[in-house]
Design a protein around this ligand. Structure first.
Ligand code: DOR
Length: 441
């Protein structure tokens, strides 16, 4: 059943990192959920004047926690999808550290179907690497893949055993799918809450050194070389992790990596600014300025090809606990695009095509999704962005149930003003539109 309705976005600057196109004054037609060359004769046409706006296809945040099943007081697939659409996303990859852990084909299928029935954003499940993310027994990656998993990770917990990581990468190689590791040698940081540095010492908080991350990234890079399995390094924050990525690149190892927006825009001075408010508590922690600068450079130079929020919502009561007892994690899916513009595109560190590639073609390639860009016949997934709009981060306006972010009060420049997924507007002028029944193909 298809109604003869079409939408045209007019006078828009198309920034399409998939096709390498950056062109102003364009017109994009949408009909029956797809990009089309022109509408069918006699179609009822909705015209959207997008003068001054950019149109960017298939923005994806490939690292979010939507907490379902099991922890619906923190977030649900519905509230997370609303938050994602609000932030301008058309797709998200959701981490499996749910309760129970998403480690079976049935749970993968459940997460996918729940995302489809909410119908606001494409919810791509990531399956656990090991059963219960306990690190003892490999999960059934093959059957989870068949059910729609796009990658595997025990995120939140590192795959601690080198033998297990080797097995996971070897297995993943045969499936041509990435293993995403949260690199952290926990033996180096028992009970740590923050980066081991000046702020930690002044505040008397237990710290974790960058070596805890970097040593495991180096291990994983060696294992990617050994097995030729695809490794994706989650939320890189340490300088020496970057040296491991350079090594991997120079040796042709199958390794990709992502940065998180909070590591690009904040350093560990934020700890002292927020006092003992656990709003700054995130894992990996906020690092010193030298690390932030090195990370910006790595993104700019293409060593890191993905920006992903690590959206990790928690209930206010959990975050109200004393700093060392509060959980790690901040909400980020509604601010990531603003940070991308403010930290990278507006200052001219990256061109619009390169910068937006970090949230479209970059993750698409890592996850092997194969979206071809704005071509006739492809799903109409895109975001209209006002690159100049300045706004102040106000967590009370988040759709996410998690209101914790150290970005609260920050001025950002660049904001999504409309999101279209599968040919339907899911957000317009900051308001998420009810979806209800799935139209996702
Ligand atoms: O800060 C974090 N929170 N880092 C993680 O790796 C996990 C996440 C969570 O699930 O809350």
């Amino acid at each position: 059943m298809s109604e003869n309705k079409a939408t045209v976005i007019q006078n828009v600057r198309v920034v399409d990192p998939f096709c390498g196109v950056d062109s102003a004054g364009e017109e994009i037609w949408v009909q029956n959920g797809l990009i089309v060359e022109e509408p069918d004769a006699g179609a009822d046409i909705e015209r959207v004047d997008a003068s001054g706006l950019w149109l960017v296809p298939r923005l994806i945040d490939m690292h979010v926690h939507f907490r379902e099943p099991g922890q619906t007081w923190k977030e649900t697939i519905e509230s997370g999808s609303q938050a994602a659409a609000h932030g301008g996303m058309t797709a998200v990859a959701v981490m499996p550290n749910t309760v129970p852990v998403t480690d079976t084909p049935e749970l993968v299928q459940w997460v996918k179907e729940r995302g489809q029935s909410v119908g606001l954003v494409r919810v791509l499940p990531i399956g656990a690497v090991t059963v219960g993310s306990q690190g003892r027994e490999l999960a059934d990656l093959y059957r989870m893949l068949k059910q729609g998993a796009v990658a595997f990770s025990d995120d939140g917990i590192p795959v601690g055993s080198s033998g297990m990581m080797r097995a996971a990468l070897s297995y993943a190689r045969t499936l041509d799918v990435p293993v995403i590791n949260h690199a952290e040698d926990r033996m180096l940081a028992p009970g740590a809450s923050v980066h081991e540095g000046r702020a930690a010492h002044r505040m008397g908080l237990p710290g974790v050194p960058e070596a805890a991350e970097a040593s495991m990234v180096w291990r994983d890079v060696m294992l990617a070389g050994l097995t030729r399995g695809q490794l994706h390094v989650a939320h890189v924050s340490a300088i020496e992790s970057l040296s491991a990525l350079v090594y991997a690149r120079d040796h042709g190892y199958p390794v990709t990596a992502e940065a998180a927006p909070h590591h690009l825009i904040l350093n560990d001075d934020a700890l002292m600014e927020w006092g003992y408010n656990p709003v700054t508590k995130v894992n990996p922690p906020l690092r010193p300025e030298a690390s932030r600068q090195a990370l910006l450079q790595a993104v700019q130079q293409g060593l890191i090809t993905v920006l992903a929020s690590d959206h990790a919502p928690h209930h206010a009561d959990d975050k109200a606990r004393p700093y060392i007892d509060a959980p790690f994690g901040i909400s980020g899916v509604e601010t990531i695009l603003g940070v991308l513009f403010t930290a990278l595109i507006q200052p001219g560190l990256m061109s619009p095509l390169q910068g937006l590639g970090l949230m479209s073609a970059g993750p698409d390639r890592v996850l092997r999704l194969g979206y071809p860009g704005l071509m006739p016949g492809t799903p109409a997934d895109f975001t209209l962005i006002d690159a100049e709009r300045e706004w102040t981060v106000d967590p009370m306006r988040f759709y996410s149930q998690g209101k914790n972010t150290p970005l609260a009060g920050l001025r950002l420049r660049g904001q999504a003003v409309a999101t279209m997924m599968g040919g339907r507007f899911t957000m317009r002028e900051g308001e998420v539109l009810h979806a209800g029944i799935s139209q996702i193909s």
